[in-house]
Design a protein around this ligand. Sequence first.
Ligand code: ATP
Ligand code: MG
Length: 554
Amino acid sequence: MTDATVAEAGRDFVRDIIDADRAAGRVGTIVTRFPPEPNGYLHIGHAKSICLNFGVAQEYGGHCALRFDDTNPAKEEQEYIDAIMRDVRWLGYNWGTHLHHASDYFEQLYKWAEHLIERGLAYVDDQTADQIRETRGTLKEAGRDSPFRGRTVDENLDLFKRMRAGEFPNGARTLRAKIDMASGNINLRDPVLYRIIHAEHPRTGKTWSIYPTYDFAHGQSDAIEGVSHSLCTLEFEDHKPLYDWLIEHLPVPSRPRQYEFARLNIGYTVLSKRVLTTLVRDRYVSGWDDPRMPTLAGLRRRGVPPEAIRDFIRRVGVARANSVVDFAMFDFAVREHLNKTAPRRMAVLRPLKVVIENYDGPGEELDAVNHPDDPSQGSRKIPFGREIYIERDDFMEIPPKKFFRLSPGTEVRLRYAYFVTCREVVKDAAGEIVELRCTYDPATRGGNAPDGRKVKATIHWVSATKSLPAEIRLYNQLFTRPDPGAGGDVFADINPNSLEILADARIEPALAQANDEQAIQFERQGYFCRDPDSAPGKPVFNRTVGLRDSYAKA
Ligand code: ATP
Ligand code: MG
């Protein structure tokens, strides 16, 4: 990394800690890790952790591992493992040879558990999960010792071996660290290190009947991998004494240290895997990659480029104070990036037919630039003819004062084409406007009048005969309140109007070549991206984001 990229990454308390550690000679290579549990898809909150962990490693010439925290086979699936790898790569990061799984360490972790038992620092408890919870105490009250806390080392070793051998049913016993049931920190009140789970593990199959808890697996995995800075979110702050206790009492090969930063929270957005899983499972959305989902897969499908996500995360920064980021900040980053890169095209979302009465002949092709600020994107031809479509809301029969677009008698510019004047409004029996009759001025070809006369509006359009039909999907917030769930039931806050389908849109012919990755600006409408649901002759486009921040006004 160059100095410039380091500067661009911004300063924060994590980088300050690393600088201080380096200055004091406390660390060698900077090693970090991103440790997802493969029980769901990655979301924009994970992107914060990914950008921080991989970013820091890059900047300091170290490395960042991708480590699957695959310690709960009841909830984890290969589909999630694959999706996580795809999404981290898509976001622009590479773990190189440093792909790990907590399950790679199951044998070592088991030995370390025995090590604790042998030193009288762990015991097998026959209480149920409920009993353990009930005797844990509260913030004000100490916990109560388990009746099994006094078991001998030999008895514990024997039972623990038999737990491993699969002799007991799910939940019958646990292995607990023997620390202090009266500790002010509840995490130190004999935390569970192993539980019995009879389930097929995606990697270790049926080899194991017991699985380490997050607390037991995490720090020791860090130590095995030589992680120098174990960066996690604030909810693990209270686990840190346990993290340190385990590192201290085990013969681990290195001494990582944990640092906590604030989770990313975004208004109107839920970043809880439990809720996201339910949204998918109960079909509130079409899948993990539904463009309304805050998942990386959803954002990708929606047309959000990875650069915009990285830029957004950089702007949010890394701090220790929890906060909620306005989603307008995210839209801003997306818009800013797409404005620079997205080619321009014309599409009419809600078409109104216009017949240009004085235009005869077979039609013609007009030049349109592909990007106003980037001549290297060149230009294209767009077909024009006697019949075109314009946007329904670009016309008003009785225009209010500040409405400068098309209305009876007014003249407007058709982008890249001609000046037209509305002469007549055609309605159906129900009084609905079905067509406009206009005339055009042939001298204004390209959009300028030789006599220098001006028009107050330029509107977009497509040829009625040469444009293609398309379905357009407009997305609104998935939740109706900035703090979904604060009223008690997060599913009651789901926005029933989060998806609006425009089935009769028309797009210019050049859009037939659009691919699924490249977002495109539909002039005056926003940024759009072709959806994989597209079928031959029936493209589907997702609106990535509008051109302006329409929510701010609302
Ligand atoms: P859960 O623990 O509910 O399954 P999780 O979101 O913590 O969900 P993990 O797979 O454990 O999921 O997360 C992997 C890493 O991403 C963790 O280090 C976690 O701290 C971090 N992370 C998760 N959500 C956020 C968030 N909203 N902002 C920042 N980092 C996050
Ligand atoms: Mg977690």
